[in-house]
Ligand binder design. Structure first.
Ligand code: AMP
Ligand code: MG
Length: 338
């Protein structure tokens, strides 16, 4: 009898140990922070092969930056395109087709042909300045006239491409496309203002803080509770400079005027399943303002949270079940987009 008791106890210990080891293996959380796309990338992955998945995600994002999207790296394809190359890879061709479609669907608020304008203002660099009217006019002339036809790209004289408005979201999509990542139980990858939320648990919800545009980098004014998605924010606080009179100029331009967009917003957060689309839409909606953004968001089946200069948080989230937004800073008021 006593012997039987000892055997049972031993079996229980073995089972417990096995459960602990399995739990450790299946729920192993790994994280890393590194620089890519001129910003900080942080990733936290939980799952059986989380370590391998993290290495793969890092490799993919760095590769995407260096080989495809970087405007300053001579080895990248977009650098070559801006310097005369016309035949591009399938990957770049399909991204450029999506960009052209977004340009059309946003009525020109979104336009990647703004590289000359971005360089002219130099916002975020030590050369930031307010250019004169003639310079601005020259920089936006023909910016919509670039074309993509199959794998052939055409740039008019003086037009160069800038994928800064979508690179971070595209990086999230690249992370999401790796099999080992998809197999992770839960993962969050943040590439600057674009955050990818992934879970294999059905109906899992994530809490995402929306930054207070008037606060420090770690201060938020609202919390979104949402399922698997990609969330991108464009804000006037990300990169800007002030002239000697205290006028502020930020980095998101209205391509039709060549000046920083002035649509009454401090930030726009867009939630969709595609990182590239959420990133592009956050930039486009920042330029368009609330009213003109709504049909565009609907077209791409996206939700948005707008923060206006008069401290209103306006959301399209009204009719969704489960997903909620909570304002966490009393100086902001919540409203619904009509
Ligand atoms: P984001 O922070 O995602 O809104 O992207 C802003 C970046 O996109 C800028 O730093 C520019 O490189 C580029 N950009 C600025 N204005 C536009 C625009 N209207 N359409 C597309 N790209 C833009
Ligand atoms: Mg963007």
């Amino acid at each position: 009898m006593k012997k039987k008791g000892i055997v049972l106890a031993a079996v229980a210990v073995v089972i417990l140990a096995a459960v602990i080891v399995c739990d450790f293996l299946f729920n192993k959380t790994v994280s890393d922070t590194f620089l890519a796309m001129n910003t900080t990338v942080s990733a936290e992955l939980t799952g059986l092969k989380s370590e391998a998945a993290l290495a793969e995600v890092k490799e993919k994002i760095l590769h995407l930056d260096e080989k495809l999207l970087s405007r300053t790296n001579e080895n990248s394809e977009i650098y070559s395109v801006n310097n005369g190359k016309t035949e591009v890879s399938n990957e770049l061709a399909s991204l450029l087709s999506v960009m052209k479609q977004l340009e059309k669907n946003s009525g020109g608020a979104f336009c990647i042909g703004v590289a000359q304008l971005t360089d002219l203002w130099g916002i975020g660099t030590e050369y930031a300045r307010v250019p004169d009217e003639a310079e601005i006019k020259a920089a936006i002339e023909n910016c919509y006239d670039w074309q993509i036809d199959g794998n052939t790209v055409y740039l008019p004289e003086g037009v160069k491409l800038d994928l800064g408005a979508v690179g971070k979201g595209e990086a999230c999509d690249h992370a999401n496309s790796t099999v080992s990542f998809k197999n992770c139980k839960e993962s969050v990858v943040a590439v600057g203002g674009s955050v990818l939320l992934h879970s294999t648990v059905p109906k899992a919800l994530f809490k995402v803080g929306i930054r207070d545009p008037l606060g420090e980098a770690n201060e938020y004014c609202a919390v979104l509770e949402i399922g698997e998605a990609c969330v991108s924010t464009s804000g006037n606080y990300e990169r800007f400079f002030e002239d000697e009179r205290g006028n502020r100029y930020h980095h998101i331009f209205d391509p039709s005027t060549g000046y920083p967009a002035d649509s009454g917003l401090m930030s726009v957060t867009v939630v969709t399943q595609s990182g590239t689309i959420s990133d592009a839409l956050s930039t486009a909606c920042f330029v368009l303002g609330i009213e003109k953004s709504l049909p565009l968001l609907e077209r791409y089946n996206a939700q948005a949270v707008f923060i206006t200069e008069d401290k209103q948080i306006i959301t399209t989230y009204g009719e969704l079940e489960n997903e909620t937004i909570t304002v966490t800073n009393d100086s902001y008021t919540l409203g619904e987009a009509k």
